[in-house]
Design a protein around this ligand. Sequence first.
Ligand SMILES: Cc1cc2nc3c(=O)[nH]c(=O)nc-3n(C[C@H](O)[C@H](O)[C@H](O)COP(=O)(O)O)c2cc1C
Length: 335
Amino acid sequence: MSVDLRTRYLGFELSGPLVASASPLTGTLEGLHRLQAAGASLAVMPSLFEEQIEHEELALLALREYGSESFAEALDYQPAVGDFPIGPAAYLETLRQARKELAIPICASLNGCTAGGWAHYARELEQAGASALELNVYVVATDLDTTGAELERRMLDLVAIVRAAVSLPLAVKIGPGFSAPAHMCRRLVEVGADGGVLFNRYLRPDVDLEKLELGPSLVLSDSYEARIPLQWIGILRGQLDTSLAASSGVHTAEDALKLLLVGADVVMVTSALLKYGPAHLTTLEGGIRAWMERHDYASVAQLKGSLSRANCPDPSVYERANYMRSLISYSAKFG
Ligand SMILES: Cc1cc2nc3c(=O)[nH]c(=O)nc-3n(C[C@H](O)[C@H](O)[C@H](O)COP(=O)(O)O)c2cc1C
């Protein structure tokens, strides 16, 4: 039996559910070609960062107002444009070329937390041929005076600004740290998002005990992390009519299948591709097909969402009751 892996995401009819999420691999034409050849049905380019955009705009202003010290100071706070793997102009050129050379949809990405120059760059990305746009709203709320409600309002305003600027399909990539993620997703859809990418993976700083320094340290994900999107996609599917992409912790075909079963339209992969290379997508696809054949599933459409909260015989596994039950049954082992 041959299985039908097709799925719909952001209005695209995709050949399969495996998407290459934003990473250095999706930032070059060579990387994108390799990902397409290995079975990616869509690729998300790495983000243009708000700081990068601002830096470029500040640099332009500084040139115009040559001699003004305040601009020089402002430039010092930001990473230099050259510190980013790819500057805005080169990004747009890679995107243009990728759209010419590749058959799969190419999603551009913007990463930031304030309104800034997003609308302008969103338009530039649309003009350069992006098939869709992913907004990665990455906020670390360190300010004691800023409430969650205020941050959510800013995020919604920002999505609304970008929505008004472009007509591209728009996905919003969020972190899992909202008090009410389900409600926030509904509001994002109300202000114009066509889909949610659940979730961005927040990187935590670490202490270097030899240098006695705090620094950034990037650790790749593992399969356990897939339980975060698994829970929330399972809760949302059937309640919210929008595209849902699972991101975080997809390393094996089993991880991908679980996320599809709870209702993901696509599963996104980054860490596993950085670890094993783009060809890992072919392995994942083979594993998905084999499992579906063994379990008599003819299509992804047939299995998608069958274990969502809305379809689950025992929806309490998604809820507080499950927490209590899990703790009680674990404690019983020590009884
Ligand atoms: C090296 C690296 C670079 C990344 N760059 C971006 C980026 O530019 N924009 C973005 O939205 N996410 C970026 N991500 C996050 C991934 O797209 C993904 O959401 C996250 O790693 C969780 O998926 P995973 O468990 O498959 O790695 C990056 C992740 C890694 C490891």
